[in-house]
Design a protein. Structure first.
Lengths: 304, 462
C-alpha cells in the first residue's frame, strides 16, 4: 500500500517531464533523485570522457552485487598513469565499492559478486589465473581509519617487503623502510624511534605510516578510501601534499567526501550516484561547469 | 516468626516504601513533564526510600546472626550443672552438640537424656525468644529507616546520587565475595598445612622422592612406611597435564583459526556448539572412555611396536584429558581472534598478504593475551582433573618421565587421602592440605609467568 502511494507520488512528479531532457531543466528535489530507478532513468549513461591517456586501469561494464543490493551499475572508467582521480558522491553511492574492486578487496566480503571487465595494464583482474597476492602488491590501498599493525614502526613498513621477499638482507630491507618513510614524509619524525609501536603515533602520523607501508611494496596504483576523514586539518594538509608528491610516480584513486580536497589534489574527478557513474571529467570542469544536473546539485552543496 | 515470613514482610515493606517515596516525590515536585522542580526523577526517590527501608534491617539481621548463637550458648553453659560446666573444651562442645540435637528432636544418648533435658529446654526457649526479638527489631528498624528517608525527600534532594552510590557499593561488595572466598580457602588450607609440616619436615615433603602415605597404626605393621615425598605426584601431574596440553593446544588453536578465519558462518554456527559439548561431558565418562577404549588401543599399538605399556598409562589419561580441554582452547581463542578488528586484516590483505600470513603475523600476535588465557584455563583444568586419572592412570606414585607407565597426580592423591574414615590429625590426612597448598602455589606461579609472557609479546591493537 505504502509502496503504491510512493509510486503514484513519483509518477505525479514525473508527469510534467517529457522524456529525458526536461528532468535536468525542472528543479529536482533530493527526495526524487534518491530513488534508484530514477537515477537509472536520468543517469544511465555517464557524461564526459571516461577514458584516460595511457590508462593503467581500465574498467568496462563493472557491476557489483552485495546479495540483493545492486551496488555498482555498469561502470566504465579508466585511471591514467601519474594521474590522481578523485571519486566523489553521497554516502552509499558505490565509490568505495569501486576502488575495492580494483585490488579485489571485495573478495573478503562473502556476499559480494563482481562482474564486468576490470583490467590492470591490460590484464584481467578477475581472471581465474590472476594471483591476488601479486595484484594487491601492484595495487596498494590506504584505508579510511589509519590501521597500522600493532607492531613497531619499522616492522609496519617492513611487513610488505618481507611477505613479498623484496629484500635479500637486512641492509636492503633497511633501505626500503627508510626510503618509504622518507617518501611518506615521516622519516624525520620517527627515525629515532623505529622500534616503538606504530599504534603510538598520532592519527596523521599513523596514516602516513600506512602510506609508507603501502609504497614499500612499490605498487603501480594506490587506492585511498577517504584517507583523511579521521584526521584534523593540519594532518590532512600534510597527506594532501604527500598525495601531490606521490602522483609523480603512482596512479592514485582517492575517495573523498571533501569537495575541497577533491579539487585540491586531483586531476580528474568522477561523480558517483546510487551505484551509477554520473559524470567524469577534468576536476576544474566538474567543479566549475558540470554538465549533469546531479553533479551540479552535489558540487554546489544542494544535497549530499 | 519464621525467617521466610520475615523476608516476605520485608519485601512488601520495600515495595511499599518505593511506591510511597515515588508518590511523595511526585506530590512535592509536581507531575512528570512539568517544569523540573525535582533534582532526581521520582523513581529515584522511591528507590532511596526502599533502600533505607531494607538495608538497616539487613544489617541488624547479619549482626544478630553473628552474635545470637554465641550469646545463647553462653547462657546455656551458665545454666549447666557445675560438673558439666567445668569439663575440658572438647568435652564441653560435645555436650553442647548433644543439647542442640535434643532440642532439635534428634537421637541422643538415652542414658544422659535426663541430664540435658533442662538445658535443651532452655536452649529451645532462648532461640524462640531470639527469633521474636529479631523479628520485632527488624520491622522496627525498617520503619525507622523509612521514616528517616521520608524526612529527606525534598525537591532538591539528590536521590539519584545516593542510589548510584548504593549501586556502586553493592557491586564492590559482590567483587569482594570472590576475593574473600579465595582468601578464606587459602587461609584454611594454609593452617591445616602448617599442622602437617609440624609432623613432617617441609623439605622432606617438597623434595622427597618417595610417596607412600600409609602410616603405621601399630608398631609391628609392615608396608606402611609413611613417606611423604611429593615429587612423584607433581611429576605425574606435570606429565599428564603436559601430554594433555600437547594434544589440546595445537588442535584447539587450529580449530579456532579454522572457525574464525576459514569456515563459513553456517559451519561455524554448527561446529562451535558441538565443540563446546565436549567440555560438558562428565569427566567420569571421559574416565571410562580412557580406561576401556583408549588404554587397550595404546597397549596393543605399544605391543605391536615391541614396547612395554602398562594397562594404566599416563599416555591414555593424558590423551583423553587433552580431548576434554580442547574446547577451552578453541572456544576462547576463537572469540579473541574474532575480536581482532577487521581493519587489521584488511591492512594486511591490502599489502598482498595471504590468509595464513595474515593470521601468523598479525592476528595471532594481536590475539595472544586471549589465547594464553584459554591455554591457562585449559592447563588449570588439566592440573585439577581427577576422575580421568583415577580411572585411567592409576594410583601408584611412580617417579618416571615415561608416559607408558602408570603414574598418579596430586589431586588423585588428595582424594584417596581424604576418602573413607580418617583421623583429622594424622599426617596422612593433613598431607592432603599440604598438597593442596603447594598445588595452589604452583598454579599461581604458572599464572604469573603467563602474565609476564603476555606482557612481553603482546601486540596491542587499540
Amino acid at each position: 500500500m505504502l509502496l503504491m502511494d510512493r509510486e503514484k507520488g513519483f509518477a505525479a512528479m514525473r508527469e510534467p517531464a517529457d522524456g529525458r531532457e526536461p528532468v535536468a531543466a525542472t528543479p529536482v528535489s533530493p527526495m526524487v533523485i534518491a530513488d534508484a530507478a530514477e537515477t537509472d532513468r536520468i543517469a544511465a549513461d555517464t557524461v564526459g570522457d571516461v577514458t584516460a591517456k595511457d590508462a593503467v586501469i581500465c574498467v568496462r561494464g563493472g557491476n557489483v552485487h552485495y546479495g540483493e543490493t545492486h551496488a555498482l551499475r555498469d561502470i566504465n572508467l579508466d585511471v591514467g598513469r601519474n594521474e590522481v582521480i578523485a571519486l566523489i558522491g553521497p554516502s552509499g553511492c558505490g565509490k568505495s565499492t569501486f576502488i575495492r574492486c580494483l585490488n579485489r578487496m571485495n573478495d573478503t566480503i562473502e556476499s559480494a559478486k563482481v562482474t564486468g571487465d576490470f583490467r590492470l595494464d591490460g590484464q584481467d583482474i578477475y581472471a581465474r589465473d590472476t594471483d591476488v597476492v601479486m595484484l594487491r602488491a601492484r595495487v596498494g590501498m590506504v584505508f579510511q581509519k589509519p590501521n597500522p599493525f600493532p607492531k613497531s614502526i619499522y616492522e609496519n613498513v617492513a611487513y610488505g617487503p618481507r611477505i613479498h621477499g623484496l629484500a635479500s638482507n637486512r641492509a636492503e630491507l633497511d633501505d626500503i623502510v627508510y626510503g618509504s618513510l622518507e617518501r611518506a614524509g615521516l622519516v624525520d619524525e620517527v627515525k629515532d624511534r623505529l622500534d616503538e609501536p606504530g599504534t603510538g603515533l598520532s592519527g596523521g602520523q599513523q596514516q602516513r605510516l600506512c602510506i609508507a607501508r603501502t609504497i614499500a611494496v612499490n605498487p603501480e596504483v594506490i587506492l585511498m578510501d577517504e584517507p583523511c576523514s579521521a584526521l584534523d586539518p593540519i594532518a590532512t594538509a600534510r597527506i594532501e601534499d604527500l598525495i601531490d608528491e606521490l602522483s609523480q610516480k603512482y596512479a592514485i584513486a582517492i575517495v573523498t567526501h571533501s569537495m575541497q580536497q577533491a579539487a585540491r589534489v586531483s586531476n580528474r574527478t568522477a561523480y558517483f550516484h546510487l551505484g551509477r557513474l554520473v559524470e567524469v571529467g577534468p576536476t576544474d570542469k566538474i567543479f566549475t561547469n558540470p554538465s549533469h544536473k546531479l553533479t551540479e546539485d552535489y558540487v554546489t552543496g544542494r544535497f549530499g | 516468626m519464621r525467617l521466610t515470613t520475615l523476608a516476605l514482610i520485608l519485601i512488601v515493606m520495600a515495595l511499599a516504601a518505593f511506591f510511597l517515596g515515588r508518590r511523595r516525590a511526585i506530590a512535592i515536585g509536581g507531575p512528570p513533564g512539568a517544569a523540573r522542580k525535582l533534582h532526581s526523577l521520582p523513581k529515584y526517590h522511591g528507590y532511596y526510600a526502599s533502600l533505607w527501608c531494607v538495608l538497616p534491617g539487613l544489617v541488624v539481621l547479619l549482626a544478630w546472626a553473628a552474635l545470637s548463637d554465641t550469646l545463647i550458648t553462653s547462657r546455656v553453659i551458665d545454666s549447666l550443672p557445675e560438673a558439666l560446666r567445668n569439663q575440658p573444651e572438647a568435652q564441653l562442645s560435645l555436650t553442647l552438640n548433644d543439647i542442640r540435637n535434643l532440642a532439635a528432636g534428634q537421637m541422643v544418648d538415652e542414658s544422659r537424656r535426663a541430664e540435658f533435658e533442662v538445658a535443651a529446654g532452655l536452649y529451645t526457649e532462648l532461640r524462640a525468644a531470639s527469633r521474636r526479638i529479631l523479628s520485632g527489631l527488624i520491622i522496627a528498624v525498617s520503619f525507622l529507616g523509612f521514616a528517616v528517608a521520608w524526612g529527606r525527600l525534598k525537591p532538591q534532594f539528590r536521590a539519584r546520587n545516593h542510589v548510584e552510590l548504593a549501586i556502586k557499593v553493592a557491586l564492590i561488595a559482590a567483587s569482594m565475595v570472590a576475593i574473600l572466598t579465595t582468601l578464606g580457602i587459602l587461609l584454611s588450607v594454609t593452617f591445616e598445612a602448617i599442622r602437617f609440616f609440624r609432623q613432617v619436615p617441609f623439605a622432606d615433603f617438597l623434595f622427597g622422592l618417595n610417596w607412600s602415605p600409609q602410616t603405621a597404626i601399630r608398631a609391628d605393621q609392615v608396608g606402611s612406611s609413611g613417606a611423604f615425598g611429593a615429587v612423584p605426584l607433581f611429576a605425574g601431574t606435570l606429565l599428564i597435564s603436559g601430554i594433555a596440553l600437547f594434544v589440546a593446544v595445537p588442535i584447539g588453536l587450529m580449530i579456532a583459526i579454522y572457525l574464525s578465519e576459514y569456515a563459513k558462518p553456517a559451519v561455524r554456527r554448527v561446529v562451535k556448539p558441538i565443540l563446546e559439548v565436549l567440555a560438558g561431558i562428565p569427566t567420569v565418562v571421559y574416565g571410562y572412555f580412557a580406561a576401556l577404549t583408549v588404554a587397550p588401543v595404546i597397549r596393543q599399538v605399544g605391543a605391536s611396536l615391541g614396547l612395554d605399556v602398562a594397562s594404566e598409562s599416563a599416555l591414555g589419561a593424558g590423551l583423553v584429558m587433552g580431548v576434554m580441554i580442547i574446547p577451552f582452547v578453541s572456544s576462547l581463542s576463537d572469540d579473541v581472534i574474532n575480536a581482532v578488528p577487521r581493519a587489521m586484516r584488511e591492512g594486511s590483505y591490502g599489502l598482498g598478504a595471504t590468509k595464513s600470513e595474515t593470521i601468523k603475523r598479525v592476528i595471532l600476535p594481536a590475539a595472544l593475551p586471549g589465547i594464553v588465557g584459554g591455554v591457562l584455563l585449559a592447563a588449570s583444568r588439566a592440573i585439577g582433573e581427577t576422575m580421568i586419572v583415577v580411572m585411567a592412570a592409576g594410583l601408584s606414585a611412580n617417579l618416571t618421565a615415561n608416559p607408558l607407565e602408570s603414574v598418579t597426580t596430586v589431586t588423585v592423591q588428595i582424594v584417596t587421602l581424604l576418602v573413607g574414615d580418617q583421623e583429622f590429625d594424622s599426617p596422612k590426612t593433613l598431607a592432603a592440605f599440604a598438597l593442596g597448598l603447594v598445588l595452589f602455589v604452583v598454579t599461581l606461579i604458572l599464572n604469573i609467568i603467563a602474565l609476564q609472557v603476555v606482557r612481553r609479546y603482546r601486540e596491542q591493537y587499540d
